[in-house]
Design a protein around this ligand. Structure first.
Ligand SMILES: [Zn+2]
Length: 480
């Protein structure tokens, strides 16, 4: 591969020019944006009712708080609202092993004691407990991500949101880090049916290891993870040196950070990394995991980010006007998670939200300030030095030069399963909430109908996918 100068990097503002650094604002200052994006919001009705256990930090109930704020701010009037069906077992098997899915399906708190041999094999136990209706929980959040991905691929939405998804640690054959089914990998696979290249961005405080691992050998999915990296911090991976391998070499990027990073440093680095990544890789769709444990005051996280800064990352990615799948992830202070994701829903829907939280069923959770942007910063010493951040920026710039332009993908025929997409979309009408206040879902011609996807990236530059549009991709890239 030839080294060439990255063509637009010099146009990026110098990372440490503090005067030029963006300061998080609530709604203004978008460089480019979907002029009037059609936003689809997915909320599985019962996903907030599950319990990992009394002492477990993961609380699915945060989804209920989030949804209450979304409705309280009347954001449902700006989006189409969907209560998607559960993912089928077959859909989970698109990524996960048969015996693992079978285990998830069969295991209950009652019979778990008889399956102790499987506990080790499938890594369930303390972090990933067996709780009541676990499989149904997995099916719900995964079904929502799949429905959101299908919505984007059908061309019926510009942005699709599923805050219950984003469980980035789950592996092909085992649970990990509170995650059982990796809905992100499933969603990306769904997008790959249409899209030659998908960019995955992860701003959870933990390394997006499950997604990186799934696509480590692929040049059709570029993964970028911003996270805390240290030997004693879960999951212990995500060093700068992890770049992908085989065809996927240089298609994994990692931004390892230390405790206490502040708004300005994070946003500057985020933009300095993402702008050239997007311009170089030229994705046709983006998946953004918005884990909220990177916020200050999180129970597990140790960054100092404000909600406005976290949301600024979302706003920046939105500004590239590409089909965007937005997912949740970690986040262990329920009230902060709900505030953050409600705010980011507002960013995506293009709606200014009052700092005064609306009345809602869980109003007491937001005491004592009842505000959208309470102070969340300044609790942890910032161990990221200017030099360490600059080193990361330069190293990633070097890696991007190796990409040497975006790879092309041969798509010579329509994968058979694509033909059902439009039908699925029609069927999904019954998934819509009985909420007449949602905006009409203006439909447009499916991209499939004119077939423009079939040859728009036709090239023989060699991406290793000569066996077929997706079949080759799956066989070659999904290895964990
Ligand atoms: Zn996390």
């Amino acid at each position: 591969m030839t080294l060439t100068d990255y063509p637009t990097f010099s146009e990026s503002p110098f990372f440490f020019d503090r005067r030029a650094a963006s300061v998080p604002q609530q709604e203004e200052g978008v460089v480019r944006s979907h002029s009037n994006p059609r936003v689809a919001y997915y909320h599985p009705k019962e996903v907030g009712n599950y319990h990992y256990g009394e002492r477990h930090p993961m609380r699915p109930h945060r989804m209920e708080l989030t949804n209450q704020l979304v409705l309280g701010y009347k954001l449902h009037e700006k989006m189409s609202m969907h209560s998607p069906r559960k993912a089928t077992e077959q859909e989970l098997l698109e990524f996960h092993d048969n015996d693992y899915v079978d285990f998830l399906k069969r295991v209950t708190p009652k019979n778990a004691q008889n399956l102790t041999r499987d506990w080790t094999k499938f890594n369930v136990g303390d972090d990933c407990p067996i709780f009541h209706d676990l499989f149904s929980f997995c099916q719900q959040y995964s079904g929502a991500t799949l429905a959101a991905a299908r919505k984007l691929s059908s061309g019926n939405a510009d942005i699709a949101i599923n805050w219950s998804g984003g469980l980035h640690h789950a592996k092909k054959g085992e649970a990990s880090g509170f995650c059982y089914v990796n809905d992100i990998v499933l969603g990306i696979l769904e997008l790959l049916r249409y899209h030659p290249r998908v960019l995955y961005i992860d701003i959870d405080i933990h390394h997006g290891d499950g997604v990186q691992e799934a696509f480590y050998l692929s040049n059709r999915v570029l993964t970028v993870s911003f996270h805390k990296y240290s030997a004693d911090f879960f999951p212990g991976t995500g060093n700068l040196s992890e770049i992908g391998s085989d065809l996927g070499k240089y298609f994994s990027l990692n931004v390892p950070l230390q405790d206490g990073i502040d708004d300005e440093s994070y946003i500057s680095l985020f933009k300095a990394v993402m702008e050239p990544t997007i311009t170089t890789f030229r994705p046709s769709a983006i998946v953004l995991q918005c884990g909220a444990d990177s916020l200050g005051c999180d129970r597990l996280g140790t960054f100092n980010l404000s909600i406005a800064a976290h949301g600024e990352c979302v706003r920046f990615i939105k500004s590239f006007d590409l089909p965007l799948l937005v997912l949740g992830g970690g986040g262990y202070r329920q009230s902060s998670v709900a505030r953050c994701w409600a705010y980011e829903t507002g960013v995506l829907a293009g709606m200014n939200l009052s700092n005064e939280l609306p009345q809602n069923n869980y109003y007491e959770f937001f005491a004592p300030d009842y505000q959208l942007h309470p102070p969340l910063t300044g609790k942890i010493q910032n161990l990221n030095t200017r030099q360490s951040l600059e080193r990361i920026r330069i190293t990633i710039r070097e890696k991007l030069r190796y990409l040497n332009g975006a790879p092309s993908v041969q798509m010579q025929e329509i994968p058979p399963d694509l033909m059902g997409f439009l039908n699925n979309e029609e069927q999904n009408q019954d998934e819509k909430l009985d909420d007449d206040s949602s905006l009409p879902d203006t439909r447009r011609e499916s991209k499939l109908k004119d077939g423009d996807l079939l040859d728009r990236e036709n090239s023989s530059s060699g991406d290793g996918l000569s066996n077929g549009p997706l079949g080759g991709a799956r066989r070659r890239t999904i290895r964990v």
